[in-house]
Design a protein around this ligand. Structure first.
Ligand code: DGY
Length: 330
């Protein structure tokens, strides 16, 4: 006897090949409008599906898991994306819903984007591009568009997981010296390979490096990890790069630090109140802004979708999904 196909509800449009495969495998409900679901819509979906496939733009909060518990069907929340800070994991545990994500497949794309920002901010790529586009460029001059060399500078990486380590490898190739702060120290062999200096004390590292990149997840412990006090520790010539989560930086404190010249610039792919951006960031010099596009490659998004499918299929077959974040049956 064939097993009934699980009811899977997907909250946003996914790459077409992923949606098509899902339609072949599951009783899937796609969101062809691509409009982010409201809380009421997420609750309604959670009540009547076996698997919910949300992403970073959804607030999968306690109300959604309460609705799931009422419906009695939802067993797997298979997130499209690696970050799960938009999912209330306590509420998921209480509702006995397993949560999975898509690690690994967006590491290189995100690390490339971090490197692009590390190059863009000190070398003023955003300003240069605007100058040409606005027809204001008067031609080459010995003193025009001077920025700062990155070769020989010190890079401080906050969060030395997959993405942080991939950034470190790239940074070495550009002649940067790698420093890092992480909950746990890297194994000596990896530290030696990356020629990386470990700082258990984040404050001490911040005061000593030229470029700081945030590559840790957003959790209650890392919320506003970079605040006004920590901007005060940084060098006036320092640059802050964030392609992780906006909430790790107090955006108001960042604007004030830039306005007061406490740091020299920032490269941001993420924002505290996304998609809203503090208007001060739009006018401050030395700032490069991107629309949360770190993992935005066709290849990466396709691979993320394939991971979602694999997690669902393994779960349907009665096994532990490979990319488990939280086991709902524990
Ligand atoms: C992630 O995977 O968490 C990215 O930030 C969004 O896809």
């Amino acid at each position: 006897m064939t097993k009934p196909r699980p009811k899977v509800i997907v909250t946003r449009r996914l790459p077409q090949a992923v949606e098509t495969r899902m339609a072949e495998l599951f009783d899937v409900e796609l969101n062809l409008t691509d409009t982010a679901m409201t809380e009421a819509e997420l609750c309604e979906a959670a009540r009547r599906c076996d698997v919910l496939v949300p992403t970073v733009t959804d607030q999968v909060n306690a109300a959604v898991f309460a609705a799931a518990a009422e419906g009695g069907r939802l067993k797997l929340c298979a997130n499209f994306g690696v970050g799960v800070d938009h999912i209330d994991l306590h509420a998921a545990r209480a509702a006995k819903v397993t949560v999975s994500n898509t690690p690994g497949v967006l590491t290189d794309d995100t690390a490339d984007m971090v490197m692009a920002l590390i190059l863009s901010v000190p070398r003023r790529l955003g300003e240069g591009e605007k100058l040409v586009r606005n027809g204001e460029w008067q031609g080459w001059s010995p003193t025009g568009m001077l920025g700062h060399r990155i070769t020989g500078k010190r890079l401080g990486i906050i969060g030395m997981g997959r993405i942080g380590s991939a950034v470190a490898r790239r940074a070495r190739a550009f002649g940067l010296t790698v420093h890092y702060h992480n909950r746990t120290r890297l194994p000596p062999s990896l530290e030696a390979e990356l020629e990386a200096t470990f700082w258990s004390d984040l404050d001490a590292m911040l005061a000593r490096v030229d470029i700081i990149t945030i590559n840790c997840p957003h959790t209650p412990d890392t919320h506003h990890l970079i605040d006004a006090r920590r901007f005060g520790l940084m060098q006036k010539s320092a640059y802050l790069i964030n392609a992780a989560r906006g909430e790790i930086v107090d955006e108001n404190a960042l604007c004030e630090a830039l306005e007061k010249g406490q740091i020299a610039g920032a490269g941001l792919d993420v924002f505290e109140h996304e998609p809203a951006v503090d208007p001060r960031l739009l006018t401050l010099p030395g700032v490069v802004l991107l629309p949360h596009m770190g993992s935005a490659t066709f290849e990466g998004r396709q691979a993320m979708g394939e991971k979602v499918i694999a997690n669902i299929r393994v779960w349907v077959d009665g096994h532990r999904p490979p990319d488990i974040v939280l086991e709902g049956w524990m």
